[in-house]
Design a protein around this ligand. Structure first.
Ligand code: GLU
Length: 453
């Protein structure tokens, strides 16, 4: 049975207000995200009738860095961590994408995520390519000083191959603004210059953008809002179930609720029990209230949740609710051949907040059922779009008000959504196919224009 970790913890031991989203667990060893990403790409390439050179270029990353990072631990010993940075494509601009901390990180996962970043930046039409990084580690078992040394060590190994005009990292699973700031500081120290555009997701006040924290979750809901308008459904009459209670899920719940929708169920990883649970309250989930009973590892206190009216159900229960909308906002491979059958006939829209939550097998079933999918690299593009705004603000050295950031984000997400849904309607395509056609075509044209293919 698939399980995941979702959550957002506050570790206050050595560094105040350091927030760590607590990643996920890849439960199905036969699942390979890179194979999935390539399968999706091959299908898009067929639809676009891409030539063999362009296919060969775009179906694999252009550069990969695999390296070891020796870190002096607090007890004086040295531990060697494994790091990756994978640059998929930079035809449209510098590579862009997060750095994940994960105990089960694999090169193939990072490869897949780097590919999805290329399509993500292209579908919202920002001048960036795709990349991703990862370190095999569990930050829950590292002190703040050890994490700082790990971040600095990662950059020391990569400094020659990344930069504001080459490859721009950002936070991702289990990394946050503090990690980004340590990485930036190390990079600037090596280069001997202030280069705030090197990294995004920095804390506000240290070159970060207002609205960056909310951006991914809000972006999911901007696209969902447009889908509901298109379908003539009043958001106030809808109910949703959400998988995850990390940064993406929380802010998706936040905005969807503000717009009048009702979330009846969220699923969350329990760090003590090492499994996930669904928290259901038919009268509606209250994000702020649930956050108050969530510990520093992102685990919601089940007893306290029960006391305020939540039923505690198995981890997969979020998927089998009688709701209009499903928002998987945790990790890859959650809606798969084993779980897709649980989706109820009431579900009209799936808005994918996570990267790669639906496998190609499950996707076929969803397509047959006629459920409207807002595919991952479109739905969750709000984070990187806001990262791009952060770079723009850093370059100008002038920072916008939060309303201005969110207004620009809304515009970008809304127009990207309509470009995809118009194409899907005109050509009778599934939304994922339409999103891939737009994104891959933009990247292929940029590569061709440069004379690469
Ligand atoms: N990690 C986020 C993503 O998967 C944001 C990446 C970025 O801001 O560069 O989209």
């Amino acid at each position: 049975m698939p399980s995941f970790r979702g959550g957002f913890s506050k570790v206050t031991s050595l560094c105040r207000d350091l927030e760590i989203p607590t990643g996920e667990l890849m439960s199905n060893s036969s699942f390979n995200p890179y194979e999935m990403a390539q399968k999706q790409f091959d299908h898009a390439a067929d639809l676009l009738d891409l030539d063999s050179g362009t296919r060969a270029l775009l179906r694999i990353p252009s550069k990969e860095f695999h390296f070891s990072i020796p870190v002096r631990m607090d007890d004086g010993t040295v531990k060697v961590f494994q790091g990756f940075r994978i640059q998929h494509n930079d035809a449209r601009g510098p590579c862009k994408g997060g750095i994940r901390f994960h105990p089960l990180e694999t090169a193939d996962t990072v490869r897949a995520l780097s590919m999805w970043m290329t399509w993500k930046c292209a579908v919202v039409d920002i001048p960036l390519g795709g990349g991703k990084g990862g370190i095999i580690c569990d930050p829950h078992h590292l002190s703040m000083l050890e994490q700082e040394r790990l971040c600095r060590g990662y950059i020391r190994q990569l400094a020659k191959n990344v930069g504001p005009l080459e490859d721009v990292p950002a936070p991702d699973m289990m990394t946050n603004g503090q990690h980004m700031l340590w990485m930036l500081d190390e990079f600037e120290t090596i280069r001997g210059q202030k280069l705030p555009g090197f990294i995004t997701g920095k804390p506000v006040g240290s070159g970060g953008s207002l609205g960056r924290t909310e951006a991914t979750g809000y972006g999911v809901v901007y696209t969902l809002r447009e889908a509901l308008i298109e379908k003539g459904i009043d958001i106030k009459s809808t109910k949703a179930a959400v998988q995850g209670f990390g940064n993406v899920a929380k802010y998706a719940v936040d905005l969807y609720t503000k717009l009048g929708g009702k979330v009846i169920c969220v699923a969350c990883w329990d760090n003590q029990d090492k499994k996930s649970y669904s928290f259901r309250r038919m009268s509606g989930v209250d994000r702020v209230e649930l956050e108050k009973i969530t510990d520093k590892f992102g685990t919601i206190d089940k007893e306290k949740a029960k006391a305020i009216g939540y039923e505690i159900l198995p981890g997969d229960a979020w998927l089998e609710q009688d709701v209009d909308i499903l928002i998987p906002a945790a990790t890859e491979n959650q809606i798969n051949a084993d779980t897709v059958g649980k989706i109820r006939p009431s579900v009209k829209i799936i808005a994918e907040g996570a990267n790669g939550p639906t496998t190609p097998e499950a996707d076929e079933v969803i397509k047959q059922k006629g459920i409207f999918v807002i595919p991952d690299f479109l739905a969750n593009a709000g984070g990187v779009t806001c990262s791009y705004f952060e770079q723009v603000q850093c370059n100008m050295n002038f920072f916008w008000e939060k309303d201005e950031v969110l207004e620009k984000l809304d515009k970008k997400m809304t127009s990207a959504f309509h470009a995809v849904s118009n194409l899907a309607r005109e050509r009778g395509l599934y939304m994922r196919e339409a999103a891939y056609i737009i994104a891959v075509d933009r990247v292929a044209k940029a590569a061709k224009a440069r004379g690469w293919v």
